[in-house]
Every structure is written in structure tokens, then in C-alpha cells.
Design a protein. Structure first.
Ligand code: AMP
Length: 207
């Protein structure tokens, strides 16, 4: 929703790392074991892959980052790389929701093979079981969406998050948004923050 409304590029660290896993390279094999266990991929590898992806953007189009940085070392590496290009982070937003809500969302998550459209088996099921409403492609579950790996991911989040909040609370415009509400309501709050931070919308109805 936000990428369309603001004409931004979306870069999710999980997507970048899963693409590396699928590449069949030695690096891909290293990444695989961490991803499948719900462990953080080591900073060195993550920083290299993500900065490469983020810096592809040379056309002046802004980027929404999802899932990166997740550690202090990653945050500092990103800031340094941006500063070298006279670029910076405009806004940092923490989306919050109770842990049981997160577990419920992730355990029911279904993703379409063709374009990554997301469904939920209980709260947002597809019209035809196992098929994407939009492009008809097959729906699958992520390999790390099983209870043990989910718990591990959430435990790691709890360990890392405080440091990041402290860092960005000082370094950037930092906001916290309650994500335990309908997607349209969350999106509207996020859009307000982006507009107040000086970003322009590109679609008519939002301006
Ligand atoms: P996500 O798609 O954001 O849930 O991330 C899925 C998995 O990718 C995580 O459990 C980690 O194994 C890995 N991952 C994603 N982002 C990062 C990051 N910034 N640093 C290290 N590992 C990451």
C-alpha cells in the first residue's frame, strides 16, 4: 500500500536472504541453515547482501526497508553507507503487536509463489483453497513458519530491539505504531507519519 501511494521501492531483508538461499551458491547454503532455524544470518553476510540491494537504487526513488537493520552493527553499517552517498534515513517506524497475535498471524500465513501476495488461512483465506485470488498461482508456507522457529525469531527480536530503539531514538525521527488493527487503519497512520516527515504521495486519492 505504501509503496504505491508514495512511489517507493520495497526491500525486505527476508526476501533478499531467501533469494540468496535459492541461488544454490555456497553463500546460499550458508544462509539456508540460519533461515530455516529462525536464527539471524551473520551481520557480515546480511550487510553485504542488503547494502548491495538497497544501493541498486540510483534513480532517486526512495526505499522502504522491512526487516533490515535488525542489529546495531547493521544499523551503523547502513548509516555509514548512506552518509557516503549524502543520503539518510527519513523515518524509523516500529510496528507493535502482542506476541500471541504475531504467532497467530505467522502460523496461518500463506504466500503466493508468483508475486508474494499474502493470505491467512483463518482471517484472510483465498477464495479457492491453495490458490492466489489475484494470479491463480499456488500458495505455500514459509519453511521457517513453524512454532519452534517462530519462537526463536521472536526471542531474537526481543534481544535486539531495545538497542535499535535506543539508537534510532537518538539518530532519526522515530515512531511507534500499533499494528494490532486493520491493515487500512495501520496504513493510514503510517501515511500520516510519512507525509508529516516530508514525503510526497504520488496517487491522487492520498494527496
Ligand atoms: P523475515 O522474512 O523478516 O521474517 O526474516 C526471515 C529470516 O531471515 C529471519 O528469521 C532471519 O533468519 C533472516 N533475516 C531477515 N532479516 C535479517 C537481518 N536483518 N539480519 C539477519 N538475519 C535476517
Amino acid at each position: 500500500m505504501l509503496t504505491q501511494r508514495f512511489g517507493l521501492r520495497y526491500v525486505a531483508s527476508g526476501d533478499v536472504l531467501r533469494a540468496a538461499r535459492a541461488s544454490g551458491t555456497e553463500l546460499g547454503n550458508t544462509v539456508k541453515s540460519y533461515l530455516d532455524a529462525g536464527e539471524l544470518v551473520p551481520d557480515e553476510v546480511t550487510i553485504q547482501l542488503l547494502l548491495e540491494e538497497i544501493m541498486k537504487d540510483t534513480s532517486g526513488v526512495g526505499v522502504i526497508l522491512d526487516g533490515f537493520p535488525r542489529t546495531l552493527a547493521q544499523a551503523k553499517a547502513l548509516d555509514q553507507a548512506l552518509a557516503e552517498r549524502q543520503q539518510r534515513i527519513d523515518v524509523v517506524i516500529e510496528l507493535t503487536a502482542p506476541l500471541d497475535v504475531l504467532v497467530e498471524r505467522v502460523t496461518g500465513r500463506l504466500i503466493c509463489r508468483a508475486a508474494g501476495h499474502i493470505y491467512h488461512e483463518r482471517t484472510r483465506p483465498p477464495r479457492v483453497a491453495g490458490k492466489c485470488d489475484i494470479d491463480g498461482s499456488k500458495l505455500y508456507r514459509r519453511e521457517d513458519d513453524y512454532p519452534e522457529a517462530i519462537r526463536r525469531r521472536l526471542a531474537i527480536w526481543a534481544e535486539q530491539n531495545e538497542q535499535l530503539v535506543l539508537y534510532y531514538g537518538v539518530e532519526s525521527a522515530f515512531f511507534r505504531v500499533d499494528a494490532n488493527r486493520a491493515p487500512e487503519v495501520v496504513q493510514s497512520d503510517l501515511a500520516k507519519i510519512l507525509i508529516e516527515s516530508g514525503l510526497r504521495t504520488v496517487t491522487k486519492e492520498a494527496s
